[in-house]
Design a protein around this ligand. Structure first.
Ligand SMILES: Cc1cc2nc3c(=O)[nH]c(=O)nc-3n(C[C@H](O)[C@H](O)[C@H](O)COP(=O)(O)OP(=O)(O)OC[C@H]3O[C@@H](n4cnc5c(N)ncnc54)[C@H](O)[C@@H]3O)c2cc1C
Length: 485
């Protein structure tokens, strides 16, 4: 295994073997012989490093002796489009645009502000491309958007998977049952997949004259001030009631992700197994989930940093969350088209829900009451406020937050729909495979039957009153009390 200081060359058997597993051709169209460049359409891996789609695009550009254009677009049409999600993406785009020239990369960012604005930018860029390379991602509508685009593109379209440490092709299209079934398979492949690979620019420089006449107007995002960013957000046809998360909680971009990761591995990883159980200890877990969701940093880089700095046992615990649980969720969302519906749950859950569907609930809360944190449980309300303020909830409380809604809604389906909406609307890490995996876990996915109880049936119960014995619930409530309390 090469040491981290001697990564595999991009043109190596190792990289070729990884790409053979990660790249999927999405249409039957040939390479365009008259194409003038390779187009990398950056959809979900918003980074230049450790990005297998970009690596594939660089290799193709060199092989075909053409330059490479990296294009990222942002539309107002994605589900839950808001100031929160838009600003996180644009701030990262600013960093990408600032760094691209020194890396020898041509990167552009196009902002479609309203639904009436030009919506076929990628099609026009593709009309001059030899091949389009893009990201393979199972949620956020990306797989569907890519399939639609590939069916009308006049050149070959290849989707490449970069989000998982271990390529999903290893799992032969079979949905894994639980963490215990996928864990040993991932463990066998993990170290090999973590071997570092060189990242470099393509040989040929891109000349922007190649885009003449295409009527493409990128945003000058590299020089965008914070004030100009706020103005741009206001011009976008998106939900302005979900504000950006304050820089006190998270800063977008690879630099901030690496800083946070370094703090975590240096000061907290050693005690991760204990500290991750205390929700008032915000530094006790990595807080990498928003960065990972947008692909601002790769899971492989996070894993390598943990392995390089930490002692064995806590590192393994951390890698179990980062790789086993995260990649179990990717496996679920990739292979189960019902990952956002009750139908995605195993048979034993359906049987037990059927038996308990009419059990009386202690209270019914509407979506508005939940969203506005107006339940009788201060701990639940605090979790909802943490979500609204920071764009995530501490894992321990997030489980309680999800489980409680099952008790407070008239139907299991209502509970699931409310949780998905709240999580994906307010979470900076929402709309992710781990969002669906985490929420469905509350309903019994990846779990085993427990003991029969009202409402829960055989689903593992969790109760808020018991939480007060397990962690500093009062401290957590005080931290996320909210302005009105
Ligand atoms: C109801 C519910 C909703 C959830 N929604 C999301 C979501 O929208 N987005 C999201 O990324 N995670 C979600 N999770 C999983 C988990 O709560 C978060 O990943 C974790 O709290 C993020 O904090 P961290 O980055 O400090 O995690 P750490 O403990 O530092 O873990 C490192 C990384 O491992 C991954 N990870 C950790 N726990 C899990 C898990 N149980 N399942 C899958 N991946 C995991 C995440 O990528 C995380 O960033 C949800 C869990 C539940 C129970």
């Amino acid at each position: 295994m090469p040491s981290p200081t001697s990564p595999h060359p991009l043109r190596s058997d190792f990289a070729a073997a990884q790409l053979a597993l990660r790249a999927r051709t999405m249409n039957d169209v040939r390479l365009q012989p008259d194409g003038r460049y390779v187009l990398y359409w950056m959809q979900s891996s918003h980074r230049f490093e450790d990005n297998w789609a970009l690596r594939f695009a660089v290799l193709e550009a060199d092989r075909l002796n053409v330059p490479l254009l990296i294009h990222q677009g942002l539309d107002p049409t994605y589900e839950h489009a808001s100031d929160r999600i838009h600003s996180f993406i644009i701030q990262n785009a600013r960093e990408l645009a600032q760094r691209a020239p020194s890396l020898g990369l041509e990167y552009q960012f196009v902002l479609r502000r309203t639904r009436d604005d030009d919506r076929r930018v990628v099609d026009r860029l593709a009309s001059r491309a030899t091949i389009v390379v893009t990201d393979d991602f199972p949620t956020c509508g990306i797989a569907e958007r890519t399939a639609r685009f590939a069916s009308r593109a006049a050149c070959r379209v290849v989707a490449v998977e970069s989000h998982c440490v271990v390529p999903s092709a290893h799992f032969d299209g079979k949905e894994e049952f639980a963490a215990r079934t996928i864990r040993p398979k991932l463990a066998k492949l993990r170290d090999l997949c973590l071997e570092p690979v060189e990242d470099r620019a393509p040989r040929k420089r891109f000349d922007r004259a190649l885009l003449d006449g295409l009527d493409i107007t990128p945003l000058d995002v590299a020089t965008l001030s914070d004030a100009a960013l706020t103005t741009e957000l206001a011009r976008c046809e998106i939900d302005h009631s979900v504000p950006p998360v304050s820089a006190e909680h998270i800063v977008s971009g690879l630099t901030a992700a690496r800083d946070r990761l370094a703090d975590f591995t240096t000061f907290a990883l050693e005690d991760y197994a204990e500290r991750r159980n205390e929700p008032t200890d915000r530094d006790g877990s990595s807080r990498m989930s928003p960065y990972l969701h947008f692909g601002q940093i790769s899971a492989a880089d996070v894993a390598r940093a943990a392995i390089a700095t930490g002692p064995a046992a806590p590192v393994e615990k951390f890698l179990d969350e980062l790789i086993t649980w995260r990649e179990l969720s990717f496996n679920f969302c990739r292979l189960n088209p019902n990952h956002g519906k009750l139908r995605g749950l195993p048979d034993w859950v359906h049987k037990t829900m059927e038996a308990h569907k009419d059990d009386p609930r202690e209270v019914h809360y509407t979506l508005a009451q939940l969203e506005e944190a107006r339940t009788h449980e201060p701990l639940w309300n605090a979790a909802q406020r943490e979500l609204q303020e920071t764009g995530a909830i501490h894992n321990v409380v997030r489980m309680l937050w999800g489980k409680s809604v099952i008790l407070w809604t008239p139907r299991y389906k209502t509970a699931l729909d409310h949780l998905i909406l709240l999580n994906n609307k307010w979470g900076l890490d929402g709309r992710d495979p781990s969002s669906f995996g985490g929420i469905q876990w509350c309903f019994g996915k990846f779990d085993r039957p427990w003991f029969d109880k009202p409402i829960w049936g055989l689903i593992r119960p969790m109760s808020i009153p018991r939480a007060y014995e397990k962690f500093d619930a009062e401290g957590y409530i005080a931290r996320w009390r909210g302005a009105a309390q």
